[in-house]
Design a protein. Structure first.
Length: 94
């Protein structure tokens, strides 16, 4: 699975990557709800989610935490793609 073709219009590009890499694996309350809302309204959510399920990624991708994606892989019987990927979110347009 190839890396999603982000174009910089995604909400994650406008907000900043630190919001999607919270210090807790599973943030609670308002932060968690906000992450789900932001990703839920993104047109790239499905591609982002599937990429993150196929590759081990830290942080929130496609509205899911890395722990949620591990559970999804187990339920699907899916193995990780063997590709090294650097954590990256698109940068806001200047």
């Amino acid at each position: 699975m190839k890396y999603p073709d982000f174009d910089g219009s995604q909400a994650c590009a406008q907000i900043g990557s630190e919001f999607f890499y919270p210090p807790q694996e599973n943030p609670q309350g308002i932060h968690r709800r906000r992450l789900k809302e932001i990703c839920g309204s993104c047109s790239f959510r499905e591609a982002c989610f599937e990429y993150a399920v196929a590759h081990e990624q830290d942080g929130w991708w496609g509205g899911t935490s890395s722990g949620e994606r591990r559970a999804i892989r187990r339920a699907r019987g899916q193995r990780l793609d063997r590709v090294l990927v650097v954590n990256f979110l698109p940068q806001a347009a200047s």
